[in-house]
Design a protein around this ligand. Structure first.
Ligand SMILES: NC(=O)c1ccc[n+]([C@@H]2O[C@H](COP(=O)([O-])OP(=O)(O)OC[C@H]3O[C@@H](n4cnc5c(N)ncnc54)[C@H](OP(=O)(O)O)[C@@H]3O)[C@@H](O)[C@H]2O)c1
Length: 269
């Protein structure tokens, strides 16, 4: 009898998972914030596409998918695709539909690049500027466009773009990166309006400094300590400080949050 009750409780718990059988593509989820979002979505019942671009990250992305599949077999795949390439973005979405035979419901665009040399505008090369905009803006646009067209077919969904609190703090030596994230924030606010009547919401989540490879690359100890000083919580953010908000935005309960930029930064200024 106790075993029957336990099984019933487990079944009931599974049924109430807020993202049960919803398909989510999380770009840039081989590591960092995207990885944590992919794992969090899986814990909420989603089927997840783990994306990366560097050949060297294939194993890391595979491990994220394997971790998800170990508790929920058949719930994750990893797909290599450069989000700045329209054909590869299309292939990424095709791979999801082929693997899960379900419409895509959630897109999180966490893929992004930051020049670790922190150049001033005077010292920013055209190549560095173009690389930043190619991934952070063109990539975001391509993902938004593909998601918009695919999600519409499924009857609703969630588009969540990772931007940055730097759009608010406007620090020197982050001009190309910050301008790229500002462009995405404007695009997403317009997208939310264009999606009228589709039951698809579009929002940005804008973290402050989060302890990932991107944050540490090229930073001296003094720069790291300065970031900590600028935060009233007196620490760097962790990926787990960002993911619960992204998880909430993906649920039905978040339908009324639309066209917003939500800064998640511990009060960082
Ligand atoms: N960490 C922070 O302090 C911070 C603060 C504010 C905002 N953000 C934003 O949050 C997002 C995640 O940052 P993070 O710290 O997790 O970065 P990260 O640790 O450097 O991870 C970046 C991820 O993006 C992927 N990626 C890079 N270029 C790509 C492309 N062209 N196509 C597909 N995937 C690509 C990487 O894949 P590979 O492994 O293949 O390279 C990796 O999975 C970024 O958009 C970033 O701008 C971060």
């Amino acid at each position: 009898m106790a075993a029957t009750n336990n099984a019933a409780a487990a079944a009931a718990a599974t049924e109430t998972l807020p993202l049960k059988d919803r398909v989510a593509i999380v770009t840039g989820s081989s590591r960092g914030i995207g990885r944590d979002i992919a794992l969090h979505f899986a814990s909420l019942g989603a089927k997840v596409v783990v994306n990366y671009t560097s050949p060297g990250s294939s194993m890391q992305a595979g491990k994220v998918a394997a971790e998800i599949n170990s508790s929920n077999p058949g719930s994750a795949i990893s797909v290599r695709a450069d989000i700045s390439d329209p054909d590869q973005v299309k292939s990424l979405f095709d791979a999801s539909e082929e693997a899960f035979k379900l419409p895509i419901y959630i897109l999180v665009n966490s893929a992004g690049v930051l020049n670790p040399k922190y150049p001033t505008i005077a010292n920013t090369s055209v190549d560095d500027f173009d690389k930043t905009f190619s991934v952070n803006v063109r990539g975001a646009f391509l993902c938004c466009r593909e998601a918009t067209n695919r999600l519409k077919r499924g009857g609703g969904g969630r588009i969540i773009m990772l931007t940055s609190s730097s759009v608010g703090s406007l620090r020197p030596k982050l001009s190309a990166y910050t301008a790229s994230k500002a462009a995405v924030e404007v695009m997403v606010k317009i997208l939310a309006k264009e999606l009228r009547g589709t039951r698809i919401t579009a929002n940005c989540v804008a973290p402050g400094p989060i302890a990932t490879e991107m944050f540490y690359a090229g930073k001296t100890e003094e720069m790291i300590n300065r970031s900590i000083d600028q935060c009233p919580q007196e620490r760097l953010g962790e990926t787990e400080d960002v993911t619960p908000l992204v998880g909430f935005l993906a649920t039905d309960a978040a339908e009324w949050v639309n066209g917003q930029v939500i800064r998640v930064n511990g009060g960082y200024v």
